[in-house]
Design a protein around this ligand. Structure first.
Ligand code: SF4
Length: 221
């Protein structure tokens, strides 16, 4: 099955979906967005990585920034921060370049590596888009660049990660088609959520037991 362009979802949404399905729905279905420090810093880092005019060749490496990608099979489109093309006999030909080149996406993130697969899923989805667009063999490895401390780590794009990308996107398309926003399930991760104030206002208004007792005592004084 192939998705029509009108049905494409934002590729970056897969990291929101992996973090919290409700957060993804609030951003991508309800179009709500609330910027906190983390998202602002993350955006600044992406702005630096995205310079669409920039493409640089260094020996056996071509570096392309802000490269648009899509997949009809997954029904997504988005932009890769950086795609490195490594000279390799397994690679593909590129317009205006001699030789064969293997694409390797590099995604930039502020902060430290996460416990969850959110960043790895986004990266794997980018690689799957590149494979489909460029008709290239499976990209085995890609990289996540983290700001704290500045380093990059290799991610193996194995069958398990690829299946997870596919199943999550199926679920995202289904929720998007139904315009369904999952209900709140407060968790530890809510503290770091950029949509906390939009998502949990009622819970914030529930007074604490201590405050309640204090107020009642004040009343009977
Ligand atoms: S506050 Fe919690 S439940 Fe609400 S969107 Fe954020 S992570 Fe999800």
């Amino acid at each position: 099955m192939e998705y029509a362009e009108d049905d494409f979802l934002n590729l970056a949404g897969i990291q929101h979906f992996a973090f919290c399905r409700r957060q993804w729905a609030l951003i991508h279905i309800e179009q709500q967005w609330n910027e906190n420090l983390r998202t602002a810093e993350g955006r600044a880092m992406h702005d630096n990585a995205h310079d669409p005019l920039f493409s640089e060749k260094r020996g056996g490496l071509i570096v392309s920034r802000g490269m648009p990608v899509f997949s009809r099979a997954l029904g997504v489109n988005g932009v890769c921060d950086v795609v490195e093309f490594h000279e390799s006999p397994l690679g593909v030909t590129l317009s205006g370049r001699d030789g064969r080149w293997l694409p390797v996406p590099v995604e930039y993130k502020r902060g430290k590596p996460k416990q969850s697969d959110a960043d790895r899923l986004q990266l794997c989805c980018q690689a799957m888009c590149l494979e489909e667009m460029l008709l290239c063999p499976e990209i085995k490895k890609a990289y996540l660049y983290y700001g704290e401390p500045a380093h990059r780590e290799a991610v193996q794009l194995n069958a398990v990660l690829r299946e997870k990308v596919k199943s999550m996107l199926c679920e995202m398309h289904e929720l998007y088609r139904r315009k369904y926003t999952p209900r709140v399930k407060p968790a530890k991760s809510c503290n770091a959520c950029s949509l906390k104030d939009l998502c949990l206002p009622k819970l914030y208004r529930i007074p604490s037991a201590e405050k309640y007792v204090k107020e009642r005592l004040e009343e009977i004084k």
